[in-house]
Design a protein around this ligand. Structure first.
Ligand code: NAP
Length: 240
């Protein structure tokens, strides 16, 4: 038996269990299972029965705190201090971050000559996005509600015109905040912009609708999610 899973909290409408169930079915891996493990505190990880585990994904709010439980951390994950993939190996538990590749590989074909990006929000996912953009040679500017950073009210026509990639990493647009969008001056967005929302449900958030109404190209977070899952599988499969 080979066990896989996802830890996080809460885990209501998660993508990964059905994604991996379908993959195992297609690959005829009948002794493989992938389950969601909602744990109310990261300490709950210690109490899971970890026998037969090969791999685990980690989501909000444990991407950072899980690192204390791991024996080795991949340098990219170390750099952004967030792990979303654990590999159970004979040498111990190894942590990786496949969100970086998920964002990088999904945005790269769309970049063209874009060299500057605005990242809305400064949470865990924004760090993976920023690292991916650094690898792609794109300069980033974070926009935050915090007073010590560039704030939404500071955004003007010049800043929006200069930053032709705008990435939403806030939860605005996703249930229960599905009627909200980041407070940016959409009127300055145009056909040269690419607006990317990490949210994939709903398929088109208000942020993406408003950007599209201005003529911008838009992209949601579904391909990023699929690529990060595939990259996790690539890490696990040699042992699976
Ligand atoms: P997070 O750590 O909670 O960070 C979100 C950031 O958004 C916060 O740090 C905050 O930054 C800002 N924010 C939070 N509430 C806000 C509000 N009411 N108004 C304006 N800004 C707000 O979450 P995360 O882990 O980074 O995830 C962010 C989003 O990305 C989620 O929707 C998640 O589902 C999605 N995601 C998608 C993928 C994918 O594969 N597609 C992967 C990872 C995450 P400031 O305090 O600086 O404003």
């Amino acid at each position: 038996m080979k066990k896989f899973g996802l830890i996080g909290y809460p885990l209501s409408h998660t993508f990964s269990p059905s994604y991996f169930a379908e993959k195992f079915k297609q690959l005829e891996l009948i002794d493989h299972s992938y389950k969601a493990y909602p744990i109310a505190s990261v300490e709950g990880f210690r109490h899971l029965s970890l026998d037969h585990f090969v791999g685990m994904n980690v989501t909000i709010p444990y991407k950072e705190s899980i690192m204390d439980f791991l024996n080795h951390i991949d340098p990219q994950a170390e750099e952004i201090a967030a792990v979303n993939t654990i590999h159970f190996t004979p040498d111990g538990l190894k942590g990786y971050n496949t969100d970086i590749d998920g964002f990088k590989d999904s945005v790269e074909p769309l970049l063209g000559d874009i060299k500057k990006a605005l990242i809305l929000g400064t949470g865990g996912a924004s760090k993976a996005v920023s690292h991916a953009l650094k690898l792609l040679g794109v300069d980033v500017l974070f926009v935050s509600r915090s007073k010590d950073k560039l704030q939404y009210r500071d955004l003007d026509e010049t800043i929006i015109a200069e930053h032709r990639l705008i990435v939403n990493t806030t939860p605005l647009g996703m249930s229960p905040l599905h009627k909200q969008q980041p407070k940016i001056p959409y009127q300055f967005i145009g056909a040269d912009h690419l607006c990317y929302d990490l949210i994939y449900n709903p398929e088109k958030t208000l942020f993406l609708k408003s950007a599209q109404a201005q003529g911008a190209r838009i992209k949601n977070g579904l391909q990023m999610l699929e690529i990060q899952a595939e990259k996790s599988w690539e890490i696990w499969r040699e042992q699976a």
